[in-house]
Design a protein around this ligand. Structure first.
Ligand code: NAD
Ligand code: TYD
Length: 358
């Protein structure tokens, strides 16, 4: 993508990115700084278990970048947005793991819904444009019904997707009521470097590297439309630059591998045996299929994905192979506790081996 023309509208300006110490937000902060020769990125992130300031260690010394540790649902975050007077706010911060939302829903409502509303209110006060980074999960499970378009009804089925759908409605309400300049993006499942090893792809890679069981929920035939994180970030960047206020844009690849198919593919890349796969009790309320229609993003934003799945998966495996210290630190005591509580009773003994917490 060239950096000329309309994509330069944020040159010299200040962006607030929330959740920039997490998986997708950290890629977006880097992309924004690559695109902006001048300007600033202020990252508001309270560093939950999923956020690491060191995920952006390569930006040390870059005077265009700052991290502020603050909870987006707090008054301090609203004050900070107002004080910074940004040109735009891009909201990635969220509790993002469906399995955790099944156990404890409240933190999801607080961060994902109240946090979004808090930022919307503050952005309105300063006149900043607002991009709400949402998810295809708000459409719910799509079985034999084609691909969700942006005008489809919301049918979230987990506390995670319900909290994100609620935030989308709050953002649309702010546009409708106040004419606030708000754009919503809804992307499919992301994969790539720096993804916390609780999600399917990094969990399977990191477990397999230590010859630990790979827990597949139910029959493993559930389908997701996996997209490389860089393609998602390119989409959010275009939505920030060109998205029409009050509009929603879907992003996805248009392919639907099954979970078990992906895990087999990973095992082939890693040279590990399929005997590591272990079918475990299914996730409660497990959505069978997500699929989105992305033609609007192509038409209006000029977006199309660039990373083929097979190539992106190979690159991702290489990254986890080369960054063992990064993910071993994340598989710490707290992670082991979560893992044992979540999978312990269904996985055969030795599920965590000696890998976690080293
Ligand atoms: P992540 O869990 O890796 O990172 C979330 C980040 O937000 C962390 O750095 C965390 O510290 C921060 N955060 C959480 N609550 C906060 C709060 N109250 N205040 C400030 N910071 C807070 O998540 P991710 O996978 O990078 O997802 C980022 C966004 O993209 C989310 O909004 C998610 O709904 C959306 N999304 C994710 C996917 C996916 O496949 N991961 C797909 C589509 C959309
Ligand atoms: P996940 O990465 O948690 O993303 P989401 O639930 O947001 O789609 O899960 C992707 C798919 O993989 C989903 O169908 C659940 C499944 N899955 C497993 O089978 N085993 C696991 O251990 C995990 C974490 C996920």
């Amino acid at each position: 993508m060239s950096s000329g023309g309309k994509q330069d509208i944020y040159q010299g300006m200040k962006l607030i990115v929330t959740g920039g110490c997490g998986f997708i937000g950290s890629h977006f902060v880097r992309l924004a700084l690559r695109r902006l020769r001048t300007g600033q990125v202020v990252n508001l992130d309270c560093l939950t278990y999923a956020g690491r300031g060191r995920n952006l260690a390569d930006l040390d010394g870059d005077r265009r970048y700052r991290h502020v540790r603050v909870d987006i649902a707090s008054p301090a975050a609203a004050e900070r947005v107002i004080k910074e007077k940004p040109d735009a706010v891009v909201n990635f911060a969220a509790e993002s793991h469906v399995d955790r939302s099944i156990r404890t829903a409240l933190p999801f409502l607080r961060a994902n819904t109240l946090g979004a509303q808090n930022l919307l209110d503050a952005a309105r006060e300063t006149g900043a444009r607002f991009v709400q980074v949402s998810t295809d999960e708000v459409y719910g499970s799509i079985e034999g019904r084609g691909r969700a378009r942006e005008d489809w009804p919301l049918r979230p089925s987990s506390a995670y997707s319900a909290s994100k759908a609620a935030a989308d409605l709050c953002a649309l309400a702010a546009h409708h009521t106040h004419g606030q300049e708000v754009v919503i993006t809804r992307c499919t499942n992301n994969y790539g470097p720096w993804q916390f090893p609780e999600k399917l792809i990094p969990l399977m890679i990191t477990n397999a590297l230590h010859d630990l069981p790979l827990p597949i929920y139910g029959d493993g035939l559930q389908k997701r439309d996996w997209i490389h994180v860089e393609d998602h970030c390119r989409g959010v960047w275009l939505a920030l630059q060109k998205g029409r206020a009050g509009q929603i844009y879907n992003f996805g690849m248009g392919s639907e591998p099954s979970n078990i198919g992906i895990v087999r593919q990973l095992l082939r890349i890693l040279g590990k045996p399929e005997s590591l796969i272990q079918h475990v009790k299914d996730r409660l309320g497990h959505d069978r299929r997500y699929a989105v229609d992305c033609r609007k993003a192509g038409r209006e934003l000029g977006w199309k994905p660039q990373v083929r799945f097979a190539e992106g998966l190979e690159r991702t495996v290489s990254w986890y192979r080369e960054n063992v210290r990064w993910w071993l630190k994340l598989k710490d005591r707290a992670f082991r506790e979560y893992y044992l509580k979540h999978y312990g009773s269904t996985l055969r003994q030795g599920a965590l081996g000696g890998g976690g917490g080293r």
